[in-house]
Design a protein. Structure first.
Length: 132
């Protein structure tokens, strides 16, 4: 039901943080550590309680669609903020670092349809470990 585009040059990020000593070739691990969604204007009948499940995937032009987080059995109560649990085995996403653009794809099952488009902010945290 939504896509979140991400544009970032991870090679430049790593080089800037390591005084030009390392780049993406030195990446040892890249994973999403938390994924949260916040509705910017909560309404009584239009909120995260409308959804039974929410799945979060990551995809790029060079990497396959990969599930990173899922929320199963979301409560039906009115809620404007939801944290989607990261998969226990935290998929290794290092292959996504070489792409300057990728996207997070949100899919799920609606319990009740919303009556308006929900404007949502995504708060995504990640872990990037580099070394020699």
């Amino acid at each position: 039901f939504a896509e979140i585009p991400v544009t970032m040059n991870f090679d430049t990020l790593i080089r800037n943080q390591t005084k030009q000593e390392m780049g993406i070739q030195n990446a040892k691990n890249f994973s999403v550590t938390s994924f949260q969604l916040v509705i910017d204007s909560l309404k009584d009948d239009d909120n995260f309680g409308n959804f039974e499940t929410i799945n979060v995937y990551i995809e790029s032009g060079t990497q396959p669609k990969t599930l990173v987080a899922n929320l199963i059995g979301n409560p039906s109560s009115k809620n404007g903020r939801v944290t989607i649990p990261i998969l226990e085995n935290r998929p290794e996403l290092r292959g996504f670092l070489s792409s300057s653009a990728f996207k997070f794809i949100l899919e799920g099952k609606a319990r009740n349809p919303t009556t308006i488009v929900l404007n949502v902010d995504a708060i995504i945290s990640y872990s990037l470990k580099v070394g020699r």
